[in-house]
Ligand binder design. Structure first.
Ligand code: SF4
Length: 384
């Protein structure tokens, strides 16, 4: 069994109970009242424990939509516009504004998930472990790798999960819409095939720095030259390689549609901007490119192992992104959440059943409100 020294925690790690004891006995916590002391201890014990939330009823969702459409100040401190911008948030808004309202304004959990989306997430997670050198062979990528770690001062056996455990773990615990019986095995086998081909192609590719894998970013995008606004952008770099003077930002795609660049316009522009910004801030491991053209954006389509490269332009692409975000931001502030009903609803939207229940009762109240202009809606509110 492998023993991973780099997975051993640095310094001594205490158990949660021990940490709470230390906090309670520290000089900072000087509580005389025994009752308050107990309450404080209970609060510490509850910290980090997730409470299972009951899904909201249809009536509550409808109430939330009406509040969103009519209320000026939904609740204090609530971000009135687009807020933090991710590529998927922007794409959801561009795809269907009502889906955006459900997901990003009401923060509802999608009632179902699609197998290709979940399997893509699991595959990304396996690739991350492979790129970090934690899963080293094809066998390990599928079946995982046992390791030893020190936790709470004790040596313990653990396992870095491979594709099999990650996929079946999700397939049997999440509410995934499988179209046919046995589809979970079809997706498992598809994943095995993709990872086998990927491993054969990439097994000898030098590893990049661990901090350039699945690197999260959150940065201000200055759109003032074009729309007099700044927005916060967030995202993940799947992988960055630095080869001589070239910066290569790779984004893995696992869908069936192939490495289509046009769909990813904004996603890649956000990556391009984020890298440049980090380089401008002299962030460690983000060397400044000699020219913006030295940043290569690569879509790596895993099912075909096809790669497509592109780059971005400071003026044209950034301006386009700034206008797109600003348009979405203005529409959200104007509460324009018109549904985009079409054949894509059946195929691609995880809200389809809930959406139908909300929009298509006999009186179609919500549907009519959504397709009414914000000015008309304001009149309705003043009569109410
Ligand atoms: S089912 Fe169609 S209209 Fe409804 S949220 Fe989804 S994409 Fe929009």
């Amino acid at each position: 069994m492998a023993q991973r020294t780099d997975l051993f925690p640095k310094g001594k790690i205490f158990s949660k109970a021990k940490r709470i004891d230390l906090i309670m006995n520290s000089s900072i916590v000087q509580l005389q009242n025994e009752k308050i002391k107990q309450q404080y201890r209970l609060a510490l014990e509850q910290q980090g424990k997730k409470k299972k939330k009951e899904p909201p009823t249809l009536d509550r969702i409808v109430m939330g939509i009406k509040k969103e459409l009519f209320s000026e100040d939904y609740f204090k401190g609530y971000e009135p516009g687009i807020g933090r911008v991710s590529a998927s948030k922007l794409n959801t808004f561009k795809g269907c504004r009502f889906a955006y309202l459900l997901q990003y304004r009401l923060h509802l959990q999608p009632p179902i998930q699609f197998p290709h989306v979940v399997s893509g997430e699991c595959m990304h997670s396996v690739l991350e472990e492979f790129n970090l050198g934690n899963l080293r062979t094809f066998e390990e990528m599928i079946h995982g790798r046992p390791i030893q770690v020190i936790k709470d001062g004790k040596l313990k056996q653990e396992k870095i999960k491979g594709w099999r455990a990650k996929w079946y773990g999700s397939a049997y615990s999440k509410n995934i819409l499988f179209r046919k019986k046995g589809d979970e095995h079809f997706f498992y086998n598809r994943g095995v095939g993709i990872l086998k081909n990927f491993y054969e192609k990439e097994k000898d590719t030098p590893k990049t720095r661990p901090d350039l894998i699945e690197r999260k970013f959150s940065l201000v995008l200055n759109c003032k030259p074009y729309v007099n606004m700044s927005y916060n952008t967030i995202g993940f770099f799947d992988r960055i390689d630095i080869e001589n003077d070239k910066i290569i930002i790779t984004d893995y795609k696992t869908g069936d549609s192939g490495p289509v660049l046009t769909d990813l316009g904004h996603q890649l522009t956000i990556y391009w901007h984020a890298y440049n910004k980090y380089a401008d801030l002299n962030m460690p491991h983000f060397p400044k490119p000699k020219s913006p053209k030295d940043i290569e954006l690569v879509i790596y389509h895993l099912p075909t192992l096809e790669k497509k490269s592109t780059t971005r332009d400071e003026i044209v692409d950034m301006k386009y992104l700034a206008y797109e975000i600003n348009d979405a931001d203005n529409d959200i502030k104007a509460k324009n959440f018109k549904p985009f009903v079409g054949i894509h609803c059946n195929k691609n939207c995880w809200w389809q059943e809930l959406c139908h229940e909300i929009l298509m009762p006999n009186n179609k109240e919500i549907f009519n409100l959504l397709i009414t202009s914000p000015a008309e809606r304001a009149k309705i509110a003043s009569y109410a």
